[in-house]
Design a protein around this ligand. Structure first.
Ligand code: ZN
Length: 321
């Protein structure tokens, strides 16, 4: 069974899945020191309203990829999950573009304080025993690489994620930057660890419309996250739709998953900016807008089901324990 915030579900109960989303993108230190930046009760009410509407559009499962480094807060998420009709899966990992947290730079194999990798142990514990005493277990692993490339810090965390994957089988979801080719670099490393790439979702592949680059990753077995519909600043919506349509025509529906990577609230993206510039960057838009436009462009129901149901069920099978 796959752990969610409110219990467990089997892979065939996942239904339609958004594979890369966030309820909140936060900063744990700001929340402690400047609590007014995250008015919790108001934000819980907002999240319950938004996620309730996501469920009503026909989405059944929401994979929340906020981890440490982006303020993962399971007790708050659980309050929300108890009030909405949606399976919400949580992740473990550490989000950075550059450095690992200092304690991880100093503790671990071959480091100043030699011993087992503390991050790998934390990730395994989150998956096996639950997070922070809540009893909620992480379903998936997350790591990131962006504009600075595969830095020591990025590699430190990827190593721990790979270790935890090899120990638990939990699928790996990445944040990549097509502009810097970090997706292929992530696959190179994971492959070098003997990891089956068919359980790896390379996030933010939808930020490029260069089909050849996408095919090269998919041909290695990896799954492409076409996961930022509505984030106009990276690639216009129409180009994102066209890319998925073209990839489906080329027979890659079994190598793509769909999402928006948006959030109900983000400390990084001011509400006003989103309202003004990114009004359709919203998980509520996937069924009525994205799926409708994919269908209108010739993507068949079978391919839609493949991307939204069968691929997620196959990948998240690795979350079963
Ligand atoms: Zn994300």
């Amino acid at each position: 069974m796959i752990p969610t915030l409110t219990g467990s579900v089997s892979p065939n109960e996942l239904g339609r899945v958004l594979m890369h989303e966030h309820v909140f993108v936060l900063n744990a230190e700001l929340m402690v020191n400047y609590p007014e930046m995250f008015p919790q009760d108001e934000m819980v009410r907002r999240a319950v309203a938004v996620l309730g509407e996501v469920g009503k559009t026909g989405i059944d499962t929401f994979v929340d990829l906020s981890v440490m480094g982006t303020g993962r807060n399971v007790p708050v998420l659980r309050r929300i999950a108890e009030q909405v009709d949606l399976n919400i899966l949580v992740a473990t990992g550490w989000y950075t573009y550059h450095e690992a947290p200092v304690f991880a730079q100093l503790n671990g194999p071959g480091r100043l304080f030699d011993g087992p990798d503390p991050l790998a142990e934390m990730f395994v514990r989150d998956i096996r025993d639950g997070i922070g005493g809540t009893g909620v277990r992480a379903a998936v692993l997350k790591c990131s690489a962006d504009k600075y490339g595969m830095t020591d810090g990025v590699m430190n965390i990827m190593q721990a994620v790979a270790d935890a994957h090899l120990e638990t089988g939990a699928p790996i979801f990445t944040h990549s930057d097509p502009g810097n080719e970090t997706g292929p670099a992530q696959l190179d490393y994971l492959e070098s660890r003997g990891i089956d790439l068919s359980g790896v979702v390379v996030g933010h592949c939808g930020d490029t419309d260069e089909i050849d680059r996408l095919r090269r990753m998919a041909d290695r077995g990896a799954v492409l996250g076409m996961d930022r519909f509505g984030l106009e600043s990276r690639l216009p919506y129409e180009a994102r739709v066209r890319t998925v349509v073209d990839m489906c025509r080329l027979g890659y529906a079994d190598r793509m998953v769909i999402a928006t990577d948006s959030s109900v609230f983000s400390m990084n993206f001011p509400d006003e900016h989103r309202r003004e510039h990114l009004p359709l960057w919203d998980a509520r838009a996937v069924m009525p807008r994205v799926v409708t436009d994919l269908r209108a462009s010739g993507v068949g129901d079978d391919d839609i089901d493949q991307m939204m149901q069968r691929n997620p069920a196959r990948i998240l099978h690795g979350s079963c324990r």
